[in-house]
Design a protein. Structure first.
Length: 394
């Protein structure tokens, strides 16, 4: 049964875009000639300027990775040590770890059932005198309810940070997603639509953070004789920046290729009982970072986990993003906000979501085969269930 459909080579959830080696070599030659490898070199500065235009934001500071960027963003906001930051449990662990590493207390808020982002209707009940900020995540590229979140923040004088790791180039009504809140973090990890191998950046509209973030990512050094803040080493080097500059020329075509694959997935799976495809709001540009489906076990005939395991038999490796919830991890499971009854929607989502392979070189033929495999798995399970039922009634 497997041989007719099984891929000869493993199909993973994503593959990175890569510039031509000849173009990389040209960039490397320029770096070798300058002998400037790091510490805010020409390519680093050029990348910051170009990202401002691509992301449609006022200010950009690039970092060696997204986690360090988010860690630095929280530090720059000067939130009181020990204060609480309301966030979502449906995210990568780094989001919550950055809160804890800053000496802050994460408080988990349930998620909105459609967008799967932090639920603005549940935030206010979690706010107390010790609350200092809200950290939302534009998960899978679906934007948080940014207007509602901001109105709550304004009401209670809270800072707003967004983890936009999945939302590179996302816009709401033509406005860059990085313009919302006080600071947004974008990840440039190799698994992302756009990458610098490792890397990330912060976007922000308030110019007061320009120098603050510069010092925080550079040991607090202002000049040869002055250290003005307690900083870390968050600088992006020239080799990363070079790859980033080249990939800025490629990511739009990658998005277009992914868009065709997503369209095929939607056409093939939208009428399949038990499969829900979350829909991007019409006023939002899709970052095409992930293609996520949700599996309803009762209507689909098997669980998300069973489908995940069966797909492996065909050499298709999907991802259960994000399972388990951060609230279930050892450092956080004892928090009062981690209780299952407080996160009913998030707990349902984390048992249903499955990210299918999505990258430009996958091609529509392979995407079609993945859809056929999913249908075959379901039909096979349903037939087995009918056979068992007949035997029980025999």
């Amino acid at each position: 049964m497997y041989d007719n459909f099984r891929f000869k080579q493993p199909i993973y959830v994503t593959k990175p875009i890569l510039p031509a080696l000849k173009d990389v070599n040209q960039k490397l030659k320029a770096i070798w000639q300058s002998k400037w490898l790091t510490n805010h070199g020409n390519m680093h500065n050029e990348l910051e300027q170009k990202l401002q235009a691509v992301l449609k934001v006022r200010n950009v500071s690039v970092f060696n990775n997204g986690t360090i960027a988010l860690l630095t963003a929280l530090k720059a906001l000067e939130l009181p040590v020990g204060s609480e930051v309301i966030t979502t449990p449906l995210t990568f662990p780094a989001t919550v770890h950055c809160i804890s590493w800053n000496g802050l207390q994460p408080v988990f808020c349930d998620t909105e059932p459609e967008s799967m982002t932090i639920d603005p209707e549940r935030i206010e009940e979690l706010i107390n005198a010790n609350t200092s900020a809200i950290l939302g995540v534009h998960v899978y590229g679906f934007p948080c309810g940014v207007e509602k979140v901001q109105s709550i923040a304004d009401k209670f004088d809270l800072k707003v940070i967004y983890d936009a790791a999945h939302a590179f180039s996302t816009e709401i009504n033509g406005k860059g997603i990085g313009t919302y809140g006080d600071i947004s973090m974008f990840s440039f990890h190799a698994t992302k639509l756009y990458h610098t191998v490792e890397g990330g950046c912060l976007s922000y509209k308030d110019d007061q953070y320009i120098d603050k973030l510069y010092y925080l990512r550079n040991f607090g050094i202002k000049n040869e004789e002055q250290v003005v803040d307690i900083g870390i080493n968050g600088k992006m080097n020239e080799l990363q920046a070079a790859i980033g500059l080249l990939n800025l020329e490629l990511f739009e075509q990658e998005k277009q290729n992914r868009r065709m694959i997503k369209s095929l997935y939607v056409q093939n799976l939208r009428e399949l009982d038990g499969v829900t495809i979350p829909r991007m709001p019409p006023n939002v540009t899709d970052s095409m970072q992930y293609f996520v489906i949700r599996i309803d076990k009762e209507n689909f005939g098997l669980s998300r986990d069973e489908l995940y395991e069966d797909l492996k038999k065909y050499n298709v490796f999907t991802r259960k993003y994000f399972y388990p919830l951060c609230s279930e991890y050892e450092p956080y499971k004892a928090l009062a906000s981690s209780a299952t009854e407080n996160l009913t929607v998030a707990n349902r989502i984390q048992s249903e979501v499955l990210c299918l392979p999505l990258y430009g070189t996958l091609g529509t033929e392979s995407a079609q085969r993945i859809c056929d495999i999913i249908k075959l798995i379901r039909e096979t399970r349903l037939c087995l269930s009918l056979e068992r039922e007949k035997l029980r009634n025999f």
